[in-house]
Design a binder for this molecule. Structure first.
Ligand SMILES: NC(=O)c1ccc[n+]([C@@H]2O[C@H](COP(=O)([O-])OP(=O)(O)OC[C@H]3O[C@@H](n4cnc5c(N)ncnc54)[C@H](OP(=O)(O)O)[C@@H]3O)[C@@H](O)[C@H]2O)c1
Length: 282
């Protein structure tokens, strides 16, 4: 598996397996198959309610702890300092791990400064190997690292052909923060699988639209974590390093950018209120 080096020296696989929206009862099977297919990075979150089943799959895989890179995320409800430490303990217990490779603040709402300081403590204690954020705008991210000690290693952002995040990609690269894509396939929106530009490029390489999208992200230096519950698609999504998109093809895909989210609008007050106050436990 190809890897990237994070700003603290930790090595992270360039491609992993996302488990958002995989029901708990299907997660152990899906993660076991993904590990069997060759994935060595799993991306979960407290709010996905499947950390325990990810842990079951890891335990039964026969792989050594250091062979698999595990990411989980802290939900906004637990963004006070002590709450964050407690929430981490719960995630680690459910996962059955004594350390997590990457711990992310899941959303840029609430008291994320307190949450970040808790994440810094976990990092210093060695309970997490790297810390980062998701869906932080460049300004919020900059403010966070200007007023804290540990610079985030990763910002996981919605990134796909219809929302390419070009400015954030440049900012993150300049700051040495790894850009990771969530929803690399836009969760199937915008009729991505039938997009004529992507289909034409896929046809030229004898590849699929999914492989072209993942390779395009990879060639932009973006880490990807596609989700699928189907074994044949797991293999398809992993097999992206045997071809290279030309500059012209990269340009053609650049032309698909709409500059806005296909999934949720973080400038919409009703949406941000809902997410920022959503509770995942009592
Ligand atoms: N930080 C955040 O706030 C955040 C938000 C969303 C997601 N994420 C992370 O990012 C990961 C990926 O994003 P996502 O799950 O939202 O969406 P996604 O990976 O963009 O798309 C998943 C969809 O694509 C389908 N699919 C996967 N591979 C395919 C292929 N080769 N051909 C055709 N269809 C294919 C899947 O269907 P099947 O399963 O039926 O194959 C599913 O419907 C998540 O699992 C999660 O770990 C993070």
């Amino acid at each position: 598996m190809k890897e990237v080096r994070l700003n603290n020296g930790v090595m992270m696989p360039a491609l992993g397996f996302g488990v958002y929206q995989i029901p708990a009862e299907d997660t152990e099977r899906a993660v076991s198959e993904a590990l069997g297919t060759g994935y060595r990075m799993i991306d979960t979150a407290a709010s996905y309610f499947n950390e325990e089943q990810v842990g079951d799959a890891l335990r039964h895989s026969g792989l050594k702890r250091e062979e698999v890179f595990v990411t989980t995320k802290l939900w906004v409800q637990d963004y006070e300092y002590e709450d964050a430490l407690r929430a981490f303990d719960k995630s680690a217990r459910l996962l059955g791990l004594d350390y997590v490779d990457l711990y992310l603040l899941h959303k840029p709402y609430g008291n994320y400064y307190a949450a970040w300081r808790a994440a810094e403590r976990l990092y210093k204690e060695g309970r997490v190997k790297a810390i980062g954020v998701t869906s932080f705008s460049d300004e919020r991210l900059q403010d966070l690292f200007l007023h804290n000690e540990v610079k985030p290693a990763v910002n996981q952002l919605e990134t796909h052909p219809f929302f390419q995040q070009e400015a954030s990609n440049a900012f993150l690269s300049q700051e040495g923060i790894q850009h990771e894509a969530w929803a690399p396939f836009a969760e199937g929106k915008n009729d991505i699988w039938n997009n004529p530009v992507l289909k034409a490029i896929a046809g030229k390489h004898g590849r699929t639209v999914a492989q072209v999208v993942l390779r395009w992200l990879n060639q932009r230096g973006v880490v990807v974590i596609p989700k699928t519950v189907r074994r044949e698609r797991m293999a398809e999504n992993l097999d992206i390093f045997g071809f290279t998109l030309t500059g012209q093809e990269m340009q053609a895909i650049a032309g698909l950018d709409t500059g806005r989210s296909s999934i949720y609008d973080d400038t919409d007050l009703a949406t941000t209120k809902y997410i920022g106050t959503h509770r995942i436990h009592d």
